[in-house]
Design a protein around this ligand. Structure first.
Ligand code: ATP
Length: 517
């Protein structure tokens, strides 16, 4: 199935099974704003808990924070967001559609990369074990031609970004005949800068309302509280502050579902270190974060690092963790070495010292910062994209049938246990409720009695429930139930008293956390 179709199906699945709804749908929706339904909110909460515990529980020198969305407007002057939090936008004159010029160029480069990969795959199949990829890259004329184009675009793109040269960004689009994906037209306007921050007024106009912003990232709440936390928590460097919260960006191009939203949630951690030690910690957090992603069991090949083409002027290293979405490898998390830029800026704009006294060195300085910044919603999308599976399975009368199953890591699945009485009589529902009462304190359980057992299994597969427990007449005699496993669809007869141990073996956040250290 084409990857685009997979993505469309995934979006439809999210709605049908209560994961994600368009915001204000009854009013025809609001662009790039989404609501999470009954299953979505559980999955999202589980992702957040796994991240939080991996940061705050596993690291004795990382503590949490919950700062406000509204901040003093000078915060955003100091951070550079008022002057420079821009995206280069370009309009297609025929379709009137608006795009990010940098994204159009990145898509162009991905197209060249895709062509190269295709040639290599073809050759690999043809030559089998004898295939020498390096030699093929050097000699195949089509691969060489595409690689040359890719290198040229990449070189021009990086230079244009670094020089902030909007004319050149447009020229790359024109020279490579990039067409509007919607209309196919190649008629483009100039490239302009567009600030992404939402603003509103605080206070009534009578008292002189002031313009404030909805935070475009959670990080600044951490920076301005750096000394509060350091002093009250008696924190010694190196230490980190972690925060989960909403962020808002007036994105120009709202597409790809919850990949790019105007209201979204971030999980950010700022790690404060001694100047000069930042590269060591940058490498540490890169490794730690990649381990966290890979522990989800989606397959290691689905993740890669992508170093930034353009470093922000204050950063001395930056990389993205990318996941292979149905629309290509895309950023899920950024890991940045931000030097002392943010704290120094706040020191300058507020006139308050943002320094740490280092007892070992016997001097004060502004710490350097390593940041890990991941979007909850993008993480959610990557997990769903990795978990969504359509497969043929043995059905009734020896025929095969298809099922849709979300192969979610059991620890983060929205519902852990579905309890299903085989029939709605003979005391089976009451027995099933008894089991539910026993387990509801430990696991998110769901009780279902409607429809055939087969249909109920399929419904649970579709939301990724790892275990279904069936209560039948034998249960009434010997307190045994069948446990049906989502992925293998195997069934096993076990005593109710054994259930807790079996389940915790598979769905322990503790075990998953242990795998990270
Ligand atoms: P992009 O280049 O895709 O716009 P970014 O580099 O601006 O992303 P950061 O500012 O580094 O993103 O934000 C950190 C993380 O926050 C991203 O890796 C992503 O997971 C998430 N994020 C950023 N913007 C959005 C958005 N509009 N919708 C959903 N998640 C977002």
């Amino acid at each position: 199935m084409a990857q685009e179709d997979v993505f469309k199906k995934l979006v439809a699945h999210c709605k049908e099974y209560g994961f994600v709804f368009q915001s204000s749908e009854i009013y025809d929706g609001l662009g790039a704003v989404y609501d999470y339904g009954q299953n979505g909110v559980e999955l999202k909460n589980n992702i957040k808990k796994y991240w939080w515990d991996s940061m705050v529980l596993l690291h004795e020198n990382v503590v949490g924070l919950d700062s406000a969305i509204f901040m003093h407007p000078t915060t955003w002057k100091a951070s550079g967001h008022v002057d420079a939090f821009n995206d280069p936008l370009i309009d297609n004159k025929d379709s009137k559609k608006r795009y990010r010029a940098d994204v159009l160029i990145e898509d162009l480069m991905a197209k060249f990369e895709g062509k190269i990969d295709k040639e290599i795959e073809k050759a690999r199949k043809k030559f089998g074990d004898d295939f020498d990829e390096a030699q093929f890259r050097e000699t195949n004329p089509r691969v060489k031609a595409n690689q040359e184009k890719l290198d040229e675009v990449h070189g021009r793109f990086v230079k244009a970004l670094n020089d902030n040269n909007l004319t050149e960004l447009r020229q790359i689009i024109v020279d490579y005949e990039v067409a509007c994906p919607l209309s196919g037209s190649k008629e483009w306007t100039d490239v302009r800068q567009f600030n992404l921050m939402f603003s509103t007024e605080m206070g009534s106009t009578a008292e002189g309302a002031s313009k404030i912003y909805l935070r475009p990232e959670t990080a600044q709440g951490i920076f301005v509280n750096f000394l509060n936390v350091q002093k009250t928590g008696r924190m010694k460097l190196p230490f980190g502050i972690a925060q989960i919260g909403k962020a808002f960006r007036n994105e120009i191009v709202a597409r790809q579902f919850i990949f790019r939203m105007r209201e979204f949630e971030q999980m950010e951690m700022q790690f404060f270190v001694r100047p000069g030690e930042e590269m060591k910690w940058f490498e540490y957090w890169k490794e730690m974060r990649m381990k966290w992603h890979k522990s989800m069991g989606m397959g290691d090949a689905k993740y890669r690092f992508h170093d930034h083409d353009k470093l922000a002027h204050y950063a001395n290293a930056a990389t993205d963790v990318e996941f292979e979405m149905p629309f290509g490898f895309k950023e899920v998390e950024g890991i940045h070495s931000r030097t002392d830029f943010d704290l120094s800026q706040h020191q300058e704009f507020s006139g308050k010292k943002m320094q740490y006294f280092d007892p070992e060195l016997n001097k004060s300085y502004v710490p350097y910062v390593i940041e890990t910044s991941i979007g909850v919603d993008r993480m959610f999308l990557s997990i769903l994209a990795g978990a969504y599976t359509e497969e043929e399975v043995p059905g009734k009368d020896g025929k095969s049938e298809s099922r849709v199953v979300l192969k979610l890591p059991p620890v983060i699945a929205p519902v852990k246990l579905a309890i299903l009485p085989l029939v709605r009589k003979d005391g089976l529902p009451e027995k099933a409720m008894e089991i539910m009462d026993q387990f509801k304190f430990d696991f998110n359980c769901r009780y279902e009695e409607k429809d055939s057992i087969g249909k109920r299994y399929r419904r649970q597969d579709a939301i990724g429930t790892p275990f279904c427990i069936t209560v039948d007449h034998q249960t009434m005699e010997d307190d045994s139930v069948t446990i049906r496993y989502r992925d293998s669809m195997e069934q096993e007869r076990v005593k109710i008293s054994e259930l807790y141990k079996i389940m915790t073996g598979h769905i322990s956040m503790k075990e998953l956390l242990k795998s990270l250290i």
